[in-house]
Each structure stands twice: as structure tokens, then as C-alpha cells.
Write a protein that binds this ligand. Structure first.
Ligand code: HSE
Length: 428
């Protein structure tokens, strides 16, 4: 029987979930693998705070060195979150030869190179399955199972909070702010929801996924980002009438023309597999030259799903390194500047509020057609003609630059642009 000492950084929602799961799993790990897992120290900010009964308070310390400098601790589970000091402490642990398990997508996305260099310097491995998609094993799938694939497209729902908000807006006809308040009261959205609703969380996760999928580091600075705060009940209803659901998608493509990556709310065809991913669930839909289309689906957040991914990483780390100290080799992504696509092509949804006057529609149609943009569908519901006309246009696929130029050329006296959203292509 070999004893394995583990240190924990942070004991909030996820950290305490890790201690609970470690307690639950240790007997079967002992039996299956002859390893005795011992949680030795837990770093916390506040020693006096009330903890769940399954947290052994005798292990709590406010001294980070009790984890980072203890030579017996070979595995550090980082559950602090945020950029600092998590990044520095993970680097310190890695350089000291300790394997690190983290769910910290922000630290990974913003400090990818530093963390990888620290890992190489200390001959220690960084495990981060829980950073994207919670319980959904997408990192392992990209790193291991799809090694023989050239992945050219990845489209994902990787923020549970926004997917929950949009699902309830769709199912219950509620306005964005009402659903948000309710979700906050239920503890399903953060008191400060900015990172989720402005697409930052999804942007960090997309940077990690695209870097692994394309073997080319995709920094967050290369990702365009738009959140969901401007999505109204009108948009949800229009989308449904046109045969779509609105989802916050994280999108990355890698083609001969370059890479493209963005996070934005999009109209997803009702027949697309991502359209039926509802509530706080996450999914990644990708295309590889050998595997074709594939979708991975699961719980993207929450204490147990995230702790489950972290403890699984910990067990994998122990199995890979406890007896033979040669760590798993981290893939080295190309660090050259990313060649980005100069334009993109997609269909667009354009919602307008216009004067109900002769020639308005002709003006809009003329501007679109002079920019080579075809109209696929048009809605002008009589019952929603509050003041003037509510016109919604669905275009055929067109150059995004042309669509932006056509919209900029609309006469502002006649037409007000209320919302413009990209439309995801159907799966063929
Ligand atoms: N806040 C994230 C979400 C969960 O709503 O999906 C943690 O990554």
C-alpha cells in the first residue's frame, strides 16, 4: 500500500465537494489500486468560517506553504478560482514538481504559456478537465480520443448560467431581467453575473478548447465576444417563428483561410443537436476529418459535477505518476501569432423598428441587395406593430463585413436597428 499525500488550495463550494468525494472514493481506490489517499492540508482564507461536516477542520491552514512547500504533498488540487494568486501558486507547485489539478479556466486561458512552462520546468503535469464543461470529459476527448483527427470546427454551449437564462426565456416567455433575478434568488446565477452574461466565462473556455482542438494557442485576445444582455422576448419569439432557438455559442473554426473564434448569442436551427441543450447543461459539437460530427453533453457546473471531474483527474494523475515519476507530456501548442480569417460568412437575423411608411421596406431591401445580401425570410407581425413596424429579416449566408456595411447604410430616420445576431448553419 502506497500513501499519497494531497494538498487542497481553497475550500469553497468546489473544494468542499472535492473533500466529500475523496472521502467517498478512498476505499474503492485503496481496494482497486493499493493507494491510500491522504488529504494532508487545506488552505483557506478564513479559519473561523463554518464548513460542511465532511470537511476535517483539523486540516485547515491559512499558510499556503503548508501545501506548496510540504515535500510529502505531490498532488495539489487548486479550487481557489480567479486569476491571482491562483496562477502564481499553481506555477510554484508545478515548479516544485507537484502535479496540479485545477478547474480554473481564467488562469489557464490568461496564463497558458506560464503554466505550461512551469509544468515543464518542474516535470510535473497540469490536469484541467474540470475547467471546461464540468463533468463533461471534453479535455480528455480532445487530448486523447481525437488525436488522429484534424478538427476544423467546434461549436459549444459552455456557459450553464446563460443557457439556463435563455432556456427559461424561451420556455416561459419571461424577460431577461426577470429570469436573471429569479436565477440569482435560486443561487443559479452569481450575485454579480457579469462574467457569465457578458460571455467572458465562455471566452476563457473557448480559448482552452480551441487551443487543444487546433494545436495552436488561441489567446483570448483573438476571440470576439458578445453577451446575452440585449436579447429580448421579441428576439426569442421571432427566432422561434423562424424555426430557431437562441443560444450563447462559443464558436471556433480552423480553415485554410485562417482561424476564427467568437462567443455570441446565435440563432440555432431547431433541428440542430445544440438546440435541444437546455437549462444549465453544456455541450460541445465538433467536426473532425476522421470522426465526422460528434457531440459531447453533460453538466457544466455545480459542486458535485466539477468535483467529480477534479477527483477523476487526481486519480488519473496518481495512476500516471505515483510509481513512475515521468509525468504525462503536455501537448505543445504552436505559439506563433494566430492567422485569423479576415471576414466570416453566416446568415444573419436583423430586427428593425421602422416607420410604417411607404418605401421603408424597399429601402431596407435595396440596401441589402446592393451589398449582395439575399433575404431568406421576413416577419412583420401586425399584432406587434406597437409604434410603427417591427420588421425581422433572416438573410441568406453573406459576408459579415457586407452585412455590417448594409446595416450602417440604413437611413436612421426611417429604420432603427434593434438587434443583429448570427445564425448557426444547419447540420448537413
Ligand atoms: N459560471 C459557469 C457557468 C460555471 O455558468 O457555466 C463555471 O464554469
Amino acid at each position: 500500500m502506497k500513501t499519497i499525500h494531497i494538498g487542497l488550495l481553497g475550500c469553497g463550494n468546489i473544494g468542499s465537494g472535492v473533500t466529500k468525494l475523496l472521502g467517498e472514493m478512498s476505499a474503492s481506490i485503496r481496494e482497486s489500486y493499493q493507494y491510500e489517499l491522504v488529504l494532508k492540508s487545506i488552505l483557506v482564507r478564513d479559519l473561523t468560517k463554518q464548513r460542511p461536516e465532511y470537511v476535517d477542520t483539523a486540516l485547515l491552514t491559512a499558510d499556503k506553504d503548508k501545501v506548496l512547500r510540504d515535500p510529502e504533498i505531490c498532488y495539489v488540487v487548486e479550487c481557489l478560482g480567479g486569476e491571482h494568486p491562483s496562477t502564481e501558486w499553481m506555477c510554484e507547485a508545478l515548479r516544485a514538481g507537484k502535479h496540479v489539478i485545477t478547474a480554473n479556466k481564467m488562469a489557464l486561458a490568461l496564463h497558458w504559456r506560464e503554466l505550461h512552462e512551469a509544468s515543464e520546468a518542474g516535470h510535473a503535469t497540469l490536469y484541467y478537465e474540470a475547467a471546461v464543461g464540468g463533468a463533461m470529459p471534453i479535455i480528455k476527448i480532445l487530448n486523447d480520443s481525437l488525436q488522429a483527427n484534424r478538427i476544423d470546427k467546434l461549436t459549444a454551449i459552455i456557459n450553464g448560467t446563460t443557457n439556463y437564462l435563455l432556456t427559461r426565456m424561451t420556455d416561459e416567455g419571461l424577460d431577461y431581467l426577470d429570469v436573471l433575478k429569479d436565477a440569482q434568488a435560486l443561487g443559479l446565477a452569481e450575485p454579480d453575473p457579469t462574467a457569465d452574461v457578458e460571455g467572458e466565462d465562455a471566452m476563457y473556455k473557448l480559448s482552452i478548447l480551441a487551443s487543444l482542438a487546433f494545436h495552436q494557442h488561441l489567446p483570448v485576445s483573438a476571440i470576439e465576444r458578445e453577451g446575452v444582455t440585449h436579447i429580448t422576448q421579441d428576439d426569442i419569439r421571432n427566432a422561434r417563428e423562424l424555426g430557431y432557438h437562441i443560444k450563447l455559442l462559443a464558436h471556433a473554426t480552423n480553415t485554410a483561410e485562417g482561424m476564427d473564434a467568437y462567443v455570441s448569442p446565435m440563432l440555432v436551427p431547431i433541428m440542430h443537436p445544440l438546440s435541444s441543450v437546455n437549462g444549465a447543461f453544456n455541450a460541445v459539437f465538433l467536426h473532425g476529418h476522421a470522426c465526422g460530427d460528434m457531440m459531447i453533453y453533460g453538466r457544466g457546473a455545480g459542486s458535485a459535477p466539477t468535483a467529480g471531474a477534479m477527483v477523476s483527474d487526481l486519480i488519473n494523475a496518481i495512476l500516471q505518476t505515483a510509481d513512475d515519476q515521468s509525468p504525462q507530456k503536455l501537448a505543445r501548442e504552436n505559439e506563433d501569432p494566430v492567422p485569423m480569417m479576415s471576414d466570416r460568412v453566416s446568415a444573419f437575423y436583423i430586427r428593425l423598428s421602422a416607420q410604417d411608411a411607404t418605401g421603408v421596406l424597399a429601402h431596407v431591401a435595396a440596401s441589402l441587395s446592393s451589398h449582395q445580401i439575399g433575404v431568406k425570410a421576413l416577419l412583420q407581425p401586425v399584432e406587434r406593430a406597437k409604434e410603427g413596424a417591427q420588421i425581422t429579416i433572416l438573410t441568406h449566408p453573406a459576408s459579415e463585413k457586407s452585412v455590417r456595411a448594409a446595416i450602417a447604410a440604413f437611413d436612421k430616420e426611417l429604420v432603427r436597428v434593434m438587434n443583429v445576431l448570427r445564425v448557426e448553419a444547419p447540420v448537413v
